[in-house]
Design a protein around this ligand. Structure first.
Ligand code: BG6
Length: 277
């Protein structure tokens, strides 16, 4: 198995998106040659472990699980390239990735499923369209899903995140205590691990690379996870440099605080658009 296989979407003007088939992990998104995503210098590309950075695909569980790996198996299996990169009439470039159940996935999660992940690279945007299909005639299944996006930033302490005000959040740094966000913009100055619920369809992160803003638009993803390990928790991760935490922030669109329940013969769709402003 070629564990390092990558697929490149190239829109011209040094605007590219690189996807590692291991987990269909987006490992690079360059806009005019400027990298937008953080990947740890210590990330492991062994075709086994989840890649530390970029955009790992979390499915069918979020967080620890009693019957499979943390954050599910989708980020540690090899995906199929369903449709190789193709230039559309608009000049944008599209590629489609997929996975379905296998002996390996059924050993952890005994359901038939089909998951397609369509990426479209535009001039300053990256679009993600996801569909999960339940082909069973009689079995309903439930799952969580999340795009674990690691944004590259010069200094996380200078970022502000909109779209979270008044939302309830589960604070994983305080044993899951539940609070309500009072701030109109969220800033990060310490270990942060929060599941914000029923968040706005749009978030803006200020002071990403080149001092620009990043817009996140999401559909059918009611939750937003905000995570930065800070120094102490960076030290706990073998695939994350101790000094790297100021240069990343995870703002993750997902359906995680309640499960998606998928009836036989039906599909779930969700999407995200990232835009450099
Ligand atoms: C975040 C979780 O989404 O992912 C954190 O909220 C977790 O609790 C982090 O630590 C990283 O997870 P992992 O499995 O990639 O180390």
């Amino acid at each position: 198995m070629a564990a390092t296989s990558v697929v490149v979407l190239d829109r011209g003007n040094n605007t590219t998106c690189t996807i590692n088939l291991h987990g269909a992990t987006v490992v690079s998104w360059r806009v005019n040659n400027q990298e937008q995503l953080f990947v740890s210098k210590q990330a492991v590309f062994d075709g086994k472990k989840a890649i530390r950075g970029g955009i790992p695909f979390v499915f069918p569980q979020f967080g620890p699980s009693s019957f499979g790996p943390q954050h599910g198996f989708a980020r540690i299996v090899r995906w199929n390239l369903e449709k190789a990169p193709e230039r559309l009439a608009s000049g944008d470039v599209e590629a489609i990735f997929s996975i379905m159940d296998s002996d390996f996935t059924r050993s952890m999660w005994n359901y038939q499923f089909r998951l397609t992940y369509r990426l479209i690279l535009r001039e300053k945007e990256l679009h993600f369209n996801i569909a999960v299909y339940n082909p069973s005639k009689d079995l309903t299944f439930s799952f969580n899903m999340l795009l674990h996006t690691y944004f590259k930033v010069p200094d996380v302490r200078r970022c502000q995140i909109t779209g979270l005000q008044a939302c309830t959040f589960i604070d994983k740094t305080r044993e899951g205590a539940i609070y309500q966000e009072a701030r109109d913009v969220v800033t990060i100055n310490e270990w942060t691990d929060r599941i914000y619920q029923n968040t706005s369809q749009e978030h803006i992160i200020t002071n990403v690379v080149s001092g620009r803003k990043m817009r996140i638009q999401k559909y059918n993803f009611p939750d937003t996870v905000v995570w930065n390990p800070w120094l102490d928790h960076a030290k706990d991760m073998s695939d994350f440099g101790d000094d790297e935490y100021p240069n990343m922030v995870c703002v993750e669109a997902g359906h995680v605080s309640s499960p998606v329940i998928l009836l036989p013969g039906t599909a779930f769709e969700a999407s995200q658009i990232l835009q450099v402003m």
